[in-house]
Unconditional design. Structure first.
Length: 138
């Protein structure tokens, strides 16, 4: 069995954004040479997320509206966590959207369902953050 890992670095200039990282993850898979196995992709920061869904702008807008209703940024004074930073809502949004995804690797390709893509969700941007891609298999 082989093992491969790579850290992807993202620096989103806005506070929140959704970025399709499927092409970067596919490049990692190609680089690994692994044809059968499992791929783990996870955000290495507590105010960012990795998730799988459809790459459709209306859905991304709906996520943005829904998450803001569930964990609004304002008023920042509503959160005990806020003090040095004003990102308590980002921690909650990350908890909802999840930390990682696992995708099967079959014949050297990500074994997705219809329309599935991998996304990086940023909830407290404007600085560098890491995403780990770890692949095991043969």
């Amino acid at each position: 069995m082989k093992s491969f890992f790579k850290e992807l670095i993202f620096e989103i200039p806005t506070r929140r954004a959704f970025l399709n990282i499927t092409p970067e993850v596919e490049r990692c898979l190609t680089e690994s040479g692994i044809r059968e196995g499992l791929l783990l992709c996870n955000a290495m920061h507590i105010t960012a997320s990795v998730f799988i869904n459809d790459d459709e702008s209306g859905l991304h807008h709906d996520y943005e509206v829904w998450l803001e209703k569930l964990a609004p940024h304002q008023p920042v004074s509503a959160y005990r966590h806020n003090g040095f930073e004003d990102n308590a809502d980002a921690h909650l949004k990350r908890q909802i959207m999840g930390r990682e995804v696992v995708v099967a690797v079959t014949k050297g390709k990500l074994h997705f369902g219809t329309w599935e893509q991998i996304f990086y969700g940023e909830f407290d941007g404007r600085r560098k953050k890491r995403v780990l891609v770890k692949i095991i298999g043969e």
